[in-house]
Design a protein around this ligand. Structure first.
Ligand code: ASP
Length: 287
């Protein structure tokens, strides 16, 4: 059976939940067709690309902004056979996930950052694109008013609302793939790289399972949350592996989605809410 699960971020709440539900349903429906026709990798790329083009999500156009008001984006893709590609702190590209895919397909590297990633993107024909929206500018201004910009616990001022996107798919042949994309956290220091670009932190796939994370990236990276969860899927069903990861770190503000090698789908979060959607050959379920 083909399986697809998507998240649109975990956090304190979900702004405009009805619209988010509708948008997730749309990408899931299109993603299921792609999954059936072209397999798991093409499906997760298509879904994340679609979400990057939708300013309601924190990735691509509509990414949250760093302290200087710039959209510095992180994205990664991984397949169950261990192929991985990522970009981090990438600016002025419409679809970071497509650049991450190029890193995976066309280089021996795993991760390109900043100017190097931008030069690489341009060489592959990704044209200049402004990802900054007025809504995200306003959010940055509000955040700056609430707290000192260089206060180390800056993010406490912001109400823990994350809206990174991720997709995990398992196709007819049992092949797994995962993709994650984000603008990071509003008011982050320029140059900050979050979990969504790091293999094993926000994105991980192996023969046992595939996982995408959302939430406070520093916590996710410190404990390599996607890797830990994916590895434990060798013996545990996805939902139990996710619950175990969340119970091990109860103070974390994170959300996880995944699919294991047997085709078990799961999700969990330690925040108040997470936007998610799931689809298989027979049904579509939304948060
Ligand atoms: N995990 C992302 C980051 O820390 C934020 C999010 O999930 O929205 O960059």
């Amino acid at each position: 059976m083909t399986q697809l699960i998507v998240h649109g971020g975990a956090g304190h709440g979900i702004a405009d939940a009805e619209r988010v539900r509708k948008e997730i349903a749309l990408v899931l429906k299109a993603g299921m067709m792609r999954l059936q026709e072209q397999g798991s990798l093409e499906a997760v790329i298509q879904i994340v690309q679609g979400m990057e083009d939708n300013p309601i999500f924190n990735c691509g156009t509509g990414s949250t902004l760093n302290l200087d008001g710039e959209a510095e984006m992180d994205a990664s893709v991984m397949t169950g056979d261990g192929r991985f590609g990522a970009v981090a702190a990438l600016q002025r590209v419409r679809n970071p996930i497509l650049v991450a895919r190029k890193v995976m397909d066309e280089t021996d590297h795993l991760l390109l950052v900043g100017d190097g990633a931008l030069q690489f993107a341009r060489r592959w024909g990704f044209v200049d694109w402004d990802s900054v929206t007025p809504e995200r500018r306003k959010a940055l201004e509000e955040m700056k008013e609430k707290g000192s910009p260089y206060f180390p616990h800056l993010h406490q001022h912001f109400k823990d609302t994350y809206s990174t996107v991720g997709a995990v798919a398992r196709d007819d042949e049992g092949k797994l793939a995962v993709a994650t994309s984000t603008g990071g956290i509003t008011g982050k220091l320029p140059g900050r790289v979050g979990d969504s670009a790091i293999c094993g932190a926000g994105t991980y796939a192996c023969s046992w399972g595939a996982v995408s994370a959302t939430g406070h990236g520093e916590e996710i990276m410190r404990h390599m949350l996607a890797f830990r969860t994916g590895q434990s899927m060798k013996f545990l069903k996805t939902s139990i592996a996710i619950q175990q990861s969340l119970m091990e770190k109860p103070a974390f503000r994170v959300g996880l989605i995944g699919i294991d090698w047997r085709g078990n789908v799961g999700l969990g979060y330690s925040t108040k809410a997470m936007a998610w959607g799931y689809s298989n050959d027979e049904k579509l379920v939304l948060f």
